[in-house]
Design a protein around this ligand. Structure first.
Ligand code: AMP
Ligand code: GLY
Length: 434
């Protein structure tokens, strides 16, 4: 089978690494990829931000059977529907399986917070109570905010590169933020509509489901570390590390997640006719042992994929084929019981301004228990250069979180690039020794 994988981060390197372990994978192309994905397959210079015609042409010329989408952007822009229509008009190569992902309509679960909240409300899926506002009912929104318990959460409805959620501890600050979103267009069109919701106090865990729109299977869960600083301080990032399995997501809790959240979500897709053949990333918060949904994403997480894929024992090509064919209910997921921890090395200054283009050394280390996934890197004249904020994700296995962290740190200590930074406290709350 020939596969086209869209994206260029650590998530895509982990997916590519997993694909090439499958005997079913013939050719793997990654668009645009990074220096790590180039070790797994062929990087191709396609734009993934909406030039679907070029992707279609590439798929026809290279007899691609399966398109797998890493980031949300192409999904929210309708890459699934584009390929379905192209195939109906002029079929792709024989054995074509399609795009792994939701339809454009279903991708609103990630693309619109208001859409996701209304979906959860219709299906009685536990989530924070909320109301949505626009310029039309701004005054009502201000009154709602002034009378809301603190802290209060404001969310720009649309995609805002992970920055659209603001947690306010006082009413005047909340009203000022609300005004900036609606009237000063702080998040552009994404903030034309604002969801105001109750603050939930608890611990977060991400659950990953693969669905064909009717059936599902559950992948290993993970916890990510979003803040730049140790002890969960400082600015939010795309993610500085992740741990899987998550010790507090025990069998009793996961049973509740499956019954109260996963089943009603997938049944909701089926009942409402939402076309969805792909990953559902459910961001959860555990409050007094009960799970609530914080958000849906219609793709895998990054850096969560860098711990989920190593722990997944199934053949990824096989389970994605089953997803495309509507047979994901037959899949039995097998997980490596060990802990996997990934630690992300970033460019100094990230998530603010940083410099790209520094040479990275120490990438040739080998160890049975560790994997070096590339995120923002590029190959140039035999060298590997930094090419983004998040540069590498080092994943290691261990029998405890401590052991996994120690192994990833050992690899990181052998890697050098100018102004490299990483959080050394990933998994701190799950350490058995201090
Ligand atoms: P999101 O962009 O929806 O992932 O939100 C970003 C982060 O904001 C989440 O990972 C949570 O840490 C936090 N957050 C979002 N909604 C809530 C809420 N209702 N209560 C508490 N924290 C929240
Ligand atoms: N690590 C969070 C995300 O991928 O959205």
């Amino acid at each position: 089978m020939n596969i086209l994988l869209l994206g260029s981060g650590g998530r895509e390197h982990a997916l590519a690494w997993k694909f090439v372990q499958s005997p079913l994978c013939d050719q793997l192309f990654i668009a645009p990829g990074n220096a790590g994905t180039a070790q797994c397959g062929t990087n191709v210079p396609l734009r993934v931000d909406g030039d679907f015609e070029a992707m279609e042409q590439f798929c026809r010329e290279n007899e691609i059977h399966l398109v797998v989408v890493g980031p949300e952007d192409p999904l929210v822009k309708g890459v699934y529907d584009y390929f379905e229509a192209a195939h109906a008009a002029n079929p792709f190569t024989s054995g074509w399986l399609g795009v792994i992902g939701p339809s454009k309509y279903a991708a609103q679960l990630e693309g619109s917070k208001a859409f996701a909240k209304a979906f959860m409300e219709r299906h009685n899926i536990p989530t924070a109570s909320y109301k949505e506002f626009t310029d039309e009912n701004f005054d009502e929104g201000r009154d709602y905010l002034m009378n809301h318990a603190l802290p209060v959460v404001l969310k720009a409805d649309g995609l805002a590169a992970g920055k659209g959620v603001i947690i306010c501890n006082n009413h005047l600050e909340a009203v000022a933020e609300f005004d900036m979103m609606i009237h000063q267009h702080k998040f552009g069109d994404a903030g034309k509509k604002v969801v105001i919701e109750e603050f939930l106090n608890g611990i977060e865990v991400s659950v990953f489901v693969l669905t064909d729109g009717k059936n599902y299977c559950i992948l290993p869960e993970a916890k990510d570390y979003k803040r730049i600083g140790e002890g969960d301080t400082g600015l939010n990032t795309g993610g500085m590390g992740a741990v899987s399995p998550v010790p507090f997501a025990d069998d009793v809790f996961m049973q509740k997640v499956e019954e109260r959240i996963i089943q009603p979500t997938i049944n909701g897709f089926h009942q409402e006719g939402l076309v969805y053949k792909g990953f559902v990333f459910i961001g959860l918060i555990k409050v007094n042992n009960e799970p609530y949904v914080i958000e849906y994403n219609c793709r895998m997480g990054d850096p969560e994929t860098e711990v989920v894929m190593p722990r997944l024992k199934n053949d990824l090509v096989e389970i994605l084929s089953a997803t495309a064919k509507g047979e994901v209910g037959d899949v039995k997921i097998e997980q490596d019981p060990r802990f996997a921890v990934t630690m992300v090395a970033v460019s100094g200054g990230y998530p603010g301004d940083y410099i790209k283009g520094y040479e990275i050394t120490g990438l040739d280390q080998t160890s049975a228990d560790s994997m070096i996934f590339h995120a923002g890197t590029k190959a140039e004249n035999e060298a590997v250069l930094s090419n983004g904020g998040r540069v590498l994700a080092i994943t290691s296995f261990g029998n405890t979180v401590d052991e996994s962290v120690a192994r990833s740190k050992q690899v990181l200590e052998g890697i050098r690039f100018m102004k490299m930074y990483y959080r050394s406290d990933i998994g701190y709350e799950f350490m058995t020794t201090n």
